[in-house]
Design a protein around this ligand. Structure first.
Ligand code: ASP
Length: 439
């Protein structure tokens, strides 16, 4: 059987009605063997996520302040799911243990992880699936990094004895057995880890949107959905701020070449977005560009020096200064006698004078200038390599709407073209580029 691993986000499991949708999705296909739930999310805008309530509750416990009020709100969230679905399980004993552990200051990660843990117990009961505590199968190293190999060995062995199971997302265990969580949104990572260990045919990631859109809907009116995207393209877009999936969720499945399908719990028949290792050219009928994303808040440090191109080690000396100041750079566009180092503005704010001084000393440049408030826009598309004139279209679009391009960087993979513009031109440029390719 081609097994599927299905992960449901917080809004997909926010209340009893959402649980019912999840159940019908899971039971619709017998291949949907392993289910990874998040904690209950927001039921309506302005509502609280259980994870946030757990953090808030624990913050009180840590300061020895009364936390019963928040704690009972958390209990009420789960108990209403139990009663509305007439589940045969009670969490009363679990709540007692959690309260006790809060008093013993079991840690912020322990506290946050209980959202997924409790939801996993409920979902397992509702689906008639086994429950596997993630602390028994997901491991971190002494230094706090995810222990991929140990996890894969133990988890794949454990899964062999469970045909159908629920494994809560977001957390695992440190070598001493204490609980550690991934970063926020980390249930996506758990889903990917389980997919790898189960050698799944597909990792379905169920959320509240029908996959990725070609551009940010806050900037573009109803952008087209992305049907297929490669892992590499997704990396480029998520680096630039497109968020639907946790960035680190790609690695475990990418290694095993398992496709990810982003699906909408509230619209299950929509195909969503399929993320693949590669997309065969001959059946690729997608648009030339896959997506556009961007971010504000960059600075560029421009260095000019006559005959720079002939000077051995110029780039080395420049980057050494950045390295020694603990500054990591994002892009490095260069001309014959110029080199720009593009990095996050907040990293160099307040350090400008010192940096310029050190750079003059290290490089003997003729001119060094820092420009703040830049936005970077990435136009990403695996098909750009094959189609002539994509770069020209990007630049013409910017020119037509009167946007000055301050930097150009075509990634060596030819998967993307990155341009730098003034922050105030950001939205205008994205709209113009989107129109150039989509109309
Ligand atoms: N519940 C956790 C969070 O809110 C993890 C997740 O939902 O993926 O970040």
């Amino acid at each position: 059987m081609d097994r599927k691993v299905v992960k449901f986000g917080g809004s997909s499991l926010a209340d009893a009605a959402q649980f019912a949708k999840v159940r019908s999705i899971v039971l619709a296909e017998k291949e949907r063997c392993y289910v990874v739930p998040s904690a209950p999310g927001k039921r309506f805008s302005g509502d609280e996520k259980v994870t946030d309530m757990l953090y808030a509750c624990y913050a009180l416990a840590e300061k020895n302040e009364p936390f019963e009020e928040v704690f009972s709100k958390i209990k009420a969230r789960y108990n209403s799911i139990i009663s509305e679905l007439s589940l045969t399980v009670s969490l009363d004993e679990e709540f007692e243990i959690i309260r006790d552990m809060f008093m013993k200051k079991a840690g912020k990660d322990y506290a946050a992880s209980r959202g997924e843990y409790l939801n996993g117990i409920l979902l397992g009961n509702y689906l008639g699936f086994d429950f596997i505590d993630a602390a028994k199968v997901i491991f971190f190293t002494e230094s706090g990094a995810f222990d991929a190999e140990k996890t894969n060995t133990v988890l794949s062995e454990v899964l062999k004895s469970h045909e159908y199971a629920v494994i809560p997302g977001f957390y695992g265990a440190n070598p001493d057995g204490s609980i550690k969580t991934f970063s926020r949104g980390g249930s996506d990572i758990t889903g990917a880890i389980v997919a790898r260990a189960a050698n799944a045919a597909i990792y379905e990631n169920w959320t509240d949107v029908s996959g990725f859109l070609m551009a940010d809907p806050r900037i573009i009116d109803s952008p087209k959905p992305i049907q297929k995207i490669t892992y590499s393209e997704l990396r480029e877009l998520s680096y630039m701020g497109a968020t639907v999936l946790h960035e680190d969720a790609i690695f475990p499945v990418r290694q095993a070449k398992i496709p990810i399908n982003i699906k909408n719990t509230n619209d299950p028949s929509h195909p969503g977005t399929l993320i693949l290792d590669s997309i065969d050219d001959k059946d690729d009928t997608s648009a030339i560009i896959t997506g556009i994303a961007g971010r504000k808040g960059f600075s560029s440090v421009l260095l000019e020096k006559d005959m720079m191109n002939q000077e051995l080690g110029f780039g080395y000396r420049v980057l050494k200064v950045f390295y020694e100041n603990g500054l990591s750079f994002e892009h490095l566009p260069s001309g014959i006698d110029t080199l720009s180092v593009v990095l996050e503005q907040k990293a160099i704010e307040g350090k400008e004078d010192m940096l310029v001084k050190q750079l003059y000393e290290a490089t003997g440049s003729d001119k060094i200038e820092i420009e703040h408030s830049l936005a970077l826009i990435a136009v990403v598309g695996r098909r750009m390599i094959k189609s002539k004139g994509s770069a020209a279209r990007v630049f013409a679009a910017a020119a037509h709407c009167g946007v000055n391009i301050k930097m150009i960087d075509q990634g060596s993979s030819e998967l993307n073209i990155i341009i730098g513009v003034a922050e105030e031109d950001f939205e205008k440029a994205i709209r113009a580029i989107y129109d150039a390719f989509e109309n």
